[in-house]
Design a protein. Structure first.
Length: 137
């Protein structure tokens, strides 16, 4: 496994675990059976309804992580399929992992400016992978 795929795997596993804190909050707040039930008609956002403020932010951070992972993973997999690797790509994958972890924690904690900066760091890492594929860096 290439270093890029190793970091992509770590990122995917991390993203897959992001649902646990807000799911546990849902169980605590609603009870196990209600948390496992179907959404109520008219719920604007049935997944985050009734959650603590921090758990609602964790939910949104998880959704954001999934949305961004789609683009990042696609680019890393294209690089792997094309046999493109470099220290810059490895570093971009590492930065993406750390930035997304920090983004989740900071978003959940409700720290707005740092949230934006960590998001921007992950976006730059994604951009570096894409521009590398295009031969622009």
């Amino acid at each position: 496994m290439t270093p890029e795929l190793h970091w992509l795997t770590l990122t995917a596993v991390m993203t897959a675990l992001f649902w646990l804190p807000y799911a546990l909050n849902r169980i605590i707040r609603r009870g196990l059976m209600t948390a496992m039930g179907n959404p109520e008609p008219g719920d604007k956002d049935p997944c985050s309804t009734g959650l603590s403020d921090w758990a609602q932010r964790a939910y949104r951070a998880h959704i954001n992580a999934v949305e961004n992972l789609v683009v990042f993973a696609t680019l890393v997999l294209i690089a792997n399929a094309a046999g493109i690797t470099s220290p810059l790509l490895v570093t971009a994958c590492q930065v993406y992992f750390v930035a997304r972890l920090l983004h989740y924690v900071i978003y959940t904690a409700g720290i707005p400016v740092l949230r934006t900066l960590t998001y921007a760091a992950s976006w730059v890492a994604t951009l570096i992978v894409g521009l590398s594929l295009l031969g622009m860096i």
